[in-house]
Design a protein around this ligand. Sequence first.
Ligand SMILES: [Mg+2]
Ligand SMILES: [Zn+2]
Length: 201
Amino acid sequence: MTLLSNPYLPTRIKTLAVQKAAFLDRDGVINIDLGYLYRWEDFQWMPGALEGMRQLQALGYALVVVTNQSGIARGYYTEDDFQSLSNTMRHWLHGHGIDLAGIFYCPHHPQGSEKNYTEVCNCRKPAPGLIVEAAKQLGLSLQDSVMVGDKVSDMQAAESAGIEQRYHLTSDEPYVGCRQVGSLIDVAHALVALDGNTPAS
Ligand SMILES: [Mg+2]
Ligand SMILES: [Zn+2]
């Protein structure tokens, strides 16, 4: 589990003692989940993802990606491939007014083919390791944060980490204790309806 350093990190995130975050799963939330995606050419934004991230940012949430990338352990692509895609995505978002506070990923899998990454770890969701580590490194308040994911394992990781506001992006029944949403815009709209969330501008 590694934090990619962010040259665009806003200073308010570094200096505020208590910062709320929107933890975002990547595949199926930010981009369409094509399965083991690692090339920018194949990257397609999910409907509402950009506008949703923009609105969450305006509400004062640090945007933190937490993503399982077992394709690395399985040998489908390398950690360098993943970081290259991440850097391109982050740069593109920055050019469109959206800054990611961090990208935390799990490269492991218990049954991988790459022995350096084959292990039972504490960062592969549904384990809470990525979220806990992000909170520690970035100084995030988990009780003020939200998690958005498309899989039950995302919701379970958030629950284990102590995040009460969990948004399940699904067309089916949401996981127990979670609110169903159809896109990141829905999440932003739901948060606007809560007390204490006022757009910055
Ligand atoms: Mg997903
Ligand atoms: Zn892991």
